[in-house]
Design a protein around this ligand. Structure first.
Ligand SMILES: C[S@@+](CC[C@H](N)C(=O)[O-])C[C@H]1O[C@@H](n2cnc3c(N)ncnc32)[C@H](O)[C@@H]1O
Length: 155
């Protein structure tokens, strides 16, 4: 799978996602601007020594990323209030899962122009605005891997 973090701000979240990507052999795309420096100690600590095992790419902005990815791939936009629940759709192994930044989420316009690929994770308390970014990546990524029978698991 391909994981995309748009303008991540909190180092431990990105570090956790890097660790997830290492464990699942997913490719990580980080879209600038970041809310941290890439040599941030919290970023390294959360990713532990797994960064060296992650295939990751850094993109100057959304346009640079969107122009370079293959034209036939499918992007899923993971954001609260989406019309579909993430477990309702069938993921392909080369799909891109796109997540927004911690303070602002994904841009409204991006979501509205891709409504049919906007997925939400259900929440049950109206006092909760959103879930933690790295938890969201884990949930949706493992649903996609589950759909593919956890092919390639080492045990
Ligand atoms: C902390 S949230 C974004 C902040 C949020 N827009 C707010 O109202 O404060 C960071 C990212 O986690 C993901 N996320 C959080 N909760 C989600 C949910 N219930 N469904 C889908 N994605 C979610 C989205 O990708 C979101 O952009």
């Amino acid at each position: 799978m391909q994981i995309v973090l748009v303008e991540p701000e909190i180092p431990p979240n990105t570090g956790n996602v890097a660790r997830l990507c290492a464990a699942t052999k997913s490719v990580l795309h980080l879209i600038e601007p970041f809310g941290f420096k890439l040599d941030d100690s919290q970023l390294k600590r959360a990713g532990m020594d797994y960064w060296q095992h992650v295939e990751w790419h850094r993109w100057k902005n959304w346009t640079a990323f969107a122009e370079k990815i293959p034209t036939d791939v499918r992007l899923w936009f993971i954001e609260s209030n989406g019309p579909k629940i993430y477990s309702e759709v069938k993921f392909a192994a080369d799909d891109y899962l796109v997540f927004g930044r911690e303070t602002a989420g994904l841009p409204k316009q991006l979501l509205e122009t891709n409504r049919e690929r906007w997925l939400r994770i259900p929440m049950f308390n109206d006092k909760s605005r959103s879930l933690n970014l790295s938890n969201c990546v884990a949930l949706v990524l493992f649903e996609a891997l589950r759909q593919h029978g956890f092919k390639g698991e080492i045990c």
